[in-house]
Design a protein around this ligand. Structure first.
Ligand code: PFF
Length: 445
């Protein structure tokens, strides 16, 4: 049982810190670019509102009522078949698996902070060579920064919920917001800003294929940190009289705003100084540094600030990816926090080494199966299978398993007239949507 409780603002910062991550600043702009902008952004926004928001409340509710690690919370709240429902809590494993590559990407970002101090690539071609040579040939650099990320994250986790997680978010989240706000303000003064706005908000419906739709739903889940026990574990430390709807609103609002702001800013820079709305995962590591180079000295400062903000976003999400499993070992096996944090840290550090190797020439042949590297497999299995499954289980659990009277006793007064629509969506809309997403991400549909 835990004693530590988040402060009111501490919870919002920590949950928003979890949600605002590489997904917002690295992934959202490039998938928006890939699927043609406007219409995709609109589908994403609708999904966040209609599905994301309601699942966020459901996930918070399980944590808030259960008050323990995810496995124990499921077990505690299921009226019957507890021994089966407790497996719902193993969605927390997804977070630990994600960390295997998330930590490696944070390592790349650390590396970019340091190199941006002295160097920016002059052309997108050069930037591509730099990125690819790090990815495919430079094991040592990736290993070194991945290890730095591991030490940082494990250190914070070991300091605990208040002294570690709440505290780090308390500093890094405002810093991140200030950096992005400053760079965004600068972007609004540039001529290309209106082009970026048009790109992101003028819908071109012909671009909306079923694949775009599914990607938007999947991303809404990932970016809000749903389906992996992160929000659930944090919510177990909510104050007794917390208003879940208000908390969920703030997290969704901050997460969405930051994704939109980051997208507008990046596309403005790319239109103004670069090659237009670039696509693909290389957007922030390839197209963007080349655009920064074109800006002159401001670009150097911006590059450093941008990668610092990205690192902050990644680190605050990382602790939430690992904390559910840390809490699990503390609650169920009475491990000390040090032992739990270090073991979980060593787990993702160790497998992270293989994620790095799976991109390195000479080693990747041994770590590639079915055309996907180990790195990509971890991403795929977590995003395509574990995460929608986690969402599905939570929706069914709150919609059908926890007695309605119990759900009502907390949510009715907070949701008021919206209670029934919310409950309906949990029962019928979300499970079906999650199922379809899962099948189609798995390639069945
Ligand atoms: N929401 C984070 C992002 O957008 O990068 C990623 C994430 C963190 C997903 C924590 C899930 C989670 F439990």
């Amino acid at each position: 049982m835990k004693i530590a409780r988040f402060s009111r603002i501490g919870f919002i910062m920590a949950a928003a810190g979890s949600a605002v991550g590489l997904g917002n600043i690295w992934k959202f702009p490039y998938i928006a670019g890939e699927y043609g902008g406007g219409a995709f952004v609109l589908v994403y926004l609708l999904t966040v509102l209609l599905i994301g928001f309601s699942i966020m409340i459901a996930e918070m509710l399980i944590g808030y009522l259960g008050r323990m690690d995810t496995v124990s919370s499921f077990e505690e709240l299921a009226p019957v078949n507890k021994h089966l429902w407790k497996f719902g809590g193993f969605q927390s494993l997804a977070g630990l698996f994600i960390m295997i590559f998330y930590s490696v990407v944070i390592g790349w970002i650390f590396n970019y902070i340091i190199t941006s101090l002295t160097y920016l690539p002059a052309t997108p071609k050069e930037a591509e060579i730099v990125f690819n040579s790090m990815l495919h040939t430079d094991f040592i650099t990736q290993f070194f920064y991945h290890t730095v990320a591991f030490i940082w994250i494990t250190y914070v986790l070991n300091k605990g919920l208040k002294g570690g997680i709440e505290r780090m978010n308390f500093y890094l989240m405002p810093a991140l917001m200030i950096i992005l706000a400053g760079m965004f303000a600068y972007a609004t003064t540039l001529g290309a800003f209106s082009q970026a706005v048009a790109f992101m908000f003028a819908p071109d419906w012909s671009k909306i294929t079923s694949e775009a739709f599914v990607t938007a739903v999947g991303h809404a889940f990932f970016t809000l940190s749903l389906g992996m026990g992160a929000i659930m574990t944090y919510s177990a430390s909510l104050e007794k009289d917390a208003n879940l709807v208000k908390n969920a609103f703030w997290v969704v609002f901050l997460d969405t705003t930051i994704a939109i702001v980051a997208g507008l800013m990046l596309f403005t820079f790319l239109y103004q100084y670069g090659s237009g709305p670039a696509k693909g995962p290389g957007l922030v590591f390839i197209s963007l540094p080349a655009a920064f180079y074109e800006m002159g000295i401001v670009g150097n400062v911006f590059a450093i600030l941008f990668f610092v903000a990205l690192a902050f976003a990644g680190l605050t999400s990382s602790v939430s990816l690992v904390e559910p499993m840390v809490q699990y070992f503390i609650d169920r096996f009475s491990w000390s926090r040090l032992r739990a944090s270090l073991s979980m840290g060593l787990f993702f550090w160790f497998f992270g080494i293989f994620a790095i190797l799976s991109n390195i020439d000479g080693a990747k042949e041994y770590l590639t199966w079915g055309g996907k590297s180990f790195f990509d497999w971890v991403d795929y299995v977590t995003a395509a299978i574990m995460l929608p499954l986690g969402g599905l289980i939570m929706a069914v659990f709150v919609g059908f398993i926890i007695p309605k009277s119990k759900v009502e006793s907390v949510m009715k007064s907070q949701l008021k007239w919206a209670f029934e629509p919310w409950y309906f969506s949990l029962r019928y809309i979300t499970p079906i949507a999650m199922f379809v997403v899962m099948l189609s991400l798995m390639g069945v549909l």
